[in-house]
Design a protein. Structure first.
Length: 346
């Protein structure tokens, strides 16, 4: 039998009603008493029955933000991990959107090895925002069976509200910029080959090459890897060992780009004097880079705000038309891409 409120009350030396007040966030309990109750909850491993609580109200007043990862055992800031800059910036935008509402936001890192996030299994949320494209259709269908609202951030999924960046335009703008700067041999270190966003980025990147007026003079090398620093580092190492010496490299995420830069630094390559480097995702990582990086900005905070509006819209009208919004990325030009030609004749 699980731990009950009575067990907590006995451990803390208070009444059952006092424990209930603490669990429900009441301000009527003294700080010292609240601390004793919380200590007892932690010691006994008590999990509030959120189902029972939900029966007394029409809503829980909480949304969940689920960051889907490939393996939650890795440190979020590790070189082998996907940087959580997307989670940070998007959550900022969601919280901005929730400022004038009664809703709060819970965050959970989730590995696909489990069936459902804990905040969903414990019935703690009215709806969830899903970040990270590493989920499959079975995961989304499992969420829908829980009868909660779902908004996907970063990619689309038929039948579910979604807000994402136009990944095709990300690739297109990057290649177009590098070509206009006169670069001839360009490497694109993309994300996983079967990832929807990676596929769209590559399609846009290729389209820009096909539009170029001198295709016979251009060489495009594409290599796929994880959205991590390690992924970018190893991809660049593989190309380097093959004897490929590009004059420009585009990284498909901020983590990949940092891995590229680390490898080039190890080889004694100067940026942009020897090789131009361009990245995707404006984030705290790129902002603190010793290089002033030219970036394709995916407007992640705006993604969060738009996702929040989509969720609130769905809460107010569950029969509303499906939202599938794509934000256009923009180019932020700094100093990591060298001008190789002053005038190009097209």
């Amino acid at each position: 039998m699980g731990v009950t409120i009575m067990d907590i009350a006995e451990e803390a030396g208070v009444s059952k009603s006092t424990v209930s007040l603490v669990i429900n966030g009441s301000n009527l309990v003294k700080l010292e008493t609240r601390y004793k109750v919380l200590q007892a909850i932690h010691k006994l491993g008590y999990v509030p029955n959120m189902v029972a609580r939900a029966l007394t109200t029409s809503k829980k007043g909480t949304f969940g933000l689920i960051f889907v990862t490939s393996g939650e055992e890795n440190l979020s800031y590790g070189f082998e991990s996907i940087p959580e800059t997307l989670l940070f910036d998007v959550s900022y935008g969601i919280n901005e959107g929730l400022k004038n509402t009664d809703y709060t936001l819970l965050t959970e890192r989730f590995s696909m090895r489990d069936k459902l996030p804990n905040i969903v299994k414990n019935k703690r949320v009215d709806g969830v925002f899903i970040i990270g494209g590493l989920f499959d259709s079975q995961f989304i269908e499992s969420l829908r069976k829980e009868n909660i609202y779902v908004v996907i951030i970063g990619r689309t999924y038929e039948g579910v509200d979604s807000v994402s960046v136009n990944a095709y335009q990300v690739g297109y703008l990057a290649a177009k910029h590098l070509l206009e700067k006169g670069h001839n041999t360009i490497v694109f270190v993309n994300g996983p080959q079967d990832n929807v966003n990676s596929i769209e980025k590559l399609a846009g990147f290729t389209a820009a090459f096909n539009e170029d007026g001198h295709p016979e003079e251009k060489k495009m090398h594409v290599i796929h890897g994880a959205y991590t620093g390690r992924g970018g580092y190893e991809a660049m190492s593989e190309l380097w060992e093959q004897g490929i010496r590009p004059d420009a490299v585009f990284g498909g995420s901020d983590g990949i780009t940092m891995g590229i830069i680390r490898y080039l630094y190890k080889q004694g390559v100067r940026i942009p004097d020897d090789i131009s480097v361009m990245g995707y995702e404006e984030s705290i990582i790129t902002a603190h880079s010793p290089l002033a990086l030219t970036i394709i900005d995916g407007h992640k905070r705006q993604l969060g705000e738009a996702a929040c509006l989509a969720m609130l819209n769905r809460m107010h009208n569950k029969n509303a038309q499906e939202v599938s919004l794509k934000l256009d990325p923009t180019l932020i030009e700094r100093n990591s891409v060298k001008e190789l030609t002053i005038h190009r004749q097209m």
